[in-house]
Design a protein around this ligand. Sequence first.
Ligand SMILES: CC(=O)N[C@H]1[C@@H](OP(=O)(O)OP(=O)(O)OC[C@H]2O[C@@H](n3ccc(=O)[nH]c3=O)[C@H](O)[C@@H]2O)O[C@H](CO)[C@@H](O)[C@@H]1O[C@H](C)C(=O)N[C@@H](C)C(=O)N[C@H](CCC(=O)O)C(=O)O
Ligand SMILES: Nc1ncnc2c1ncn2[C@@H]1O[C@H](COP(=O)(O)OP(=O)(O)OP(=O)(O)O)[C@@H](O)[C@H]1O
Length: 503
Amino acid sequence: MKRPSAPSTELSDVALVLNVDAVDGVVTGVSSDNREIEPGDLFIAIRGATVHAARFAADAVKAGAAAVLTDTEGAQIAGELGVPVLVVDDPARVAGLVASSCLGRPSESLTSFAVTGTNGKTSTAYMIDDILTKLGARTGLIGTVEVRIAGETVPAALTTPQPVDLQQMLALLVERGGSHLVMETSSHALAQGRTRPIHFDVAGFTNLTQDHLDYHKTFEEYYRAKATLFDEEYSSRGVIIVDDEWGRRLFEETKALRPDAVVSLSVAGNDADWQVMAADRENTAGGPGGHFTVEGPGGRLETFTALPGDFNIANAALAAVMVIESGTDVDTLSEVLKDSGISPQVPGRMQVVGQRPYTVVDFAHNTDALVKAMVAVRGKGSGKLIVLTGAAGDRDRGKRPMMAAAVAQYADMAVITDDDPHSEDPAKIRREMIAGIPQGFSYVEIGDRERAITDTVLGAAPDDIILIAGRGHETIQDVAGTAVAIDDRVVARRALARRMEEE
Ligand SMILES: CC(=O)N[C@H]1[C@@H](OP(=O)(O)OP(=O)(O)OC[C@H]2O[C@@H](n3ccc(=O)[nH]c3=O)[C@H](O)[C@@H]2O)O[C@H](CO)[C@@H](O)[C@@H]1O[C@H](C)C(=O)N[C@@H](C)C(=O)N[C@H](CCC(=O)O)C(=O)O
Ligand SMILES: Nc1ncnc2c1ncn2[C@@H]1O[C@H](COP(=O)(O)OP(=O)(O)OP(=O)(O)O)[C@@H](O)[C@H]1O
């Protein structure tokens, strides 16, 4: 993605923002990676988990960096550079702030939405973007699948970009006349303060179930990271789904501190400011989703989503209430959603790739998401429900047997295959999953994912339902450092076409 144009910034102004001693000089851009330095940039050298970027400071200066911002350790590692060096305690936590001030504080010109939770961030973010676009907004959408900045789309590297990259995306959005920002905020990003200093107009919470315990260590720590988004420093208003215990706790804690800044939403009939009632599940124009009514302090909206599964009604309702809470009138919303409802195309999320056998590719890669996806597709065929799943290496090991046990509980057959093994032995990951399958349940183990998908599609009966879970939109599998190209949707479609030819 192209760089936004940046105004010249006096280093004394940067020093002022950071509350450190002033230095002379001017910068005309900012980067936290020496490989991306352009002449005139401020190089922000951060200690990462693997390396201190100060090791690359000399290279950055060679590439044209006009100044360096780092910590005391970084200044020592970098040595004499011949350009001004600003020293702060924690450059990672101020990187966003510095980038923002060098780029004209872009977030202040945008109406911004952030979604957090274990599952549903991407789907909800696409839905907010869909609504805003129908309302005539020029949007930026930043999340796991892709980054879309006022019309230009690039694949995403992270769910929530690193602070400097993020500020550059916002500056580009403003430069292109963007008015609204919608983004996913991962727990990693919140723990690392990647979104600072963005002050979101509306933050939304979907749900919290087990995931990422390799990074956060305890559920409490995971919850705390997510809860940060609802702090005064991070957002003006919050909309929280209170249908799990973590949502209820988050709502109560936020309400106690900021009574007027948060509203609750329930899809399950729990006590809440906004109530959702689902109806006519199969009668949705344009798809298998559902009609619903959402009613609360801002009025009553009747609409629908064409995306399958009850959980997508929850996501759509959250998206609608977030837009209403940003100040949009319900009648206006009702009018723009009249024909197509809240029905964006969300790549790799409950994406139907074939009808006989009914075949769905979904990103479900934790127990709760798998259960929801299985329940959503259960009635789509009269035959067996076959679920193909694996688990990623170097990530939360605890969830592996739980995921397989859930498949055994809700499906008729499991195909245990590889996800992204990363540096782990894939056979060991599969064994850990299989340990969760109870005696007597029917499963096959096929490590090679392409073969697993192909064999499953070719072997299924026409009335069976196939759920290919775990990788959704992803197109690269990381096997011991080697990038293997595989897109579940392409492989499944190819096998479905072969089936048709052979029939
Ligand atoms: C834990 C974490 O968030 N790590 C991120 C972090 O890595 P790190 O701290 O190890 O960075 P590092 O490689 O040591 O580099 C340190 C600094 O040196 C710089 N550098 C590095 C090499 C070089 O040649 N030149 C250079 O300037 C880097 O730009 C960086 O600023 O900075 C790296 C560079 O920006 C990221 O790629 C890396 O994300 C890793 C890949 C990652 O997997 N993060 C995941 C866990 C993550 O954040 N995931 C969440 C979503 C999870 C979900 O919901 O599924 C996300 O928001 O995506
Ligand atoms: N509200 C929800 N509740 C439970 N499961 C959901 C919900 N929404 C989506 N899912 C399931 O979770 C999977 C991931 O959905 P989505 O990509 O929208 O979430 P995410 O929070 O962005 O995930 P990730 O953090 O892993 O990127 C979907 O493929 C679907 O199976």
